[in-house]
Design a protein around this ligand. Structure first.
Ligand SMILES: Cc1cc2nc3c(=O)[nH]c(=O)nc-3n(C[C@H](O)[C@H](O)[C@H](O)COP(=O)(O)O)c2cc1C
Length: 148
């Protein structure tokens, strides 16, 4: 059994629904999943659980408002967590061009600066290609967890 924490960033609910679907799926497999809809830094500094970022991209490659305070505190304080596993699922829309899935890169860069350890490649989910982000996210999350 692994306990994981999902850091959610979502404007219209797609990334949140995806995170909840991952929770349901992984918990069926015997794991323990906490979905953090409005994460604060203490939600990660109080434990060593692997972290899964599940965020959409808004503005021009920016983070959704519910995840932004966490990101800013993380960048500000850089609490070191050497080797802590993390993964990134990011929703975006390739019609936005250069800023496609930019929110995932922001979170990855910030977590890298804390010396956390990325597991697997980022899953980029393109709204132009799929209406069901969870269809891609569930198998990816299982594979991600198996690599921890
Ligand atoms: C105002 C607005 C700005 C967006 N900006 C970007 C962007 O810069 N890059 C990108 O890849 N997707 C962008 N998107 C697309 C969203 O990330 C995508 O639709 C995503 O699936 C929304 O997920 P959510 O329901 O969790 O908010 C934008 C969408 C909106 C409505």
């Amino acid at each position: 059994m692994t306990a994981i924490r999902i850091l959610v960033g979502s404007v219209y609910g797609g990334a949140l629904l995806t995170a909840r679907a991952i929770k349901k799926d992984l918990e069926t497999g015997g794991h323990q999943v906490t979905v953090l809809e409005n994460p604060a830094l203490e939600d990660i500094t109080s434990n060593l659980d692997p972290l899964l970022v599940c965020t959409s991209t808004t503005g021009q490659g920016e983070l959704p408002p519910n995840l932004l305070p966490f990101y800013l505190d993380l960048r500000d304080q850089l609490p070191q967590q050497p080797g802590r596993p993390f993964g990134v699922i990011v929703l975006g829309d390739s019609s936005y061009g250069d800023t496609f899935c930019g929110a995932g890169e922001l979170m990855e860069e910030a977590l890298n600066e804390t010396s956390a350890r990325k597991i697997g490649d980022t899953l980029r989910i393109d709204a132009l290609e799929t209406m069901e982000p969870e269809a891609d996210a569930l198998p990816w999350a299982r594979e991600w967890l198996s690599q921890i």
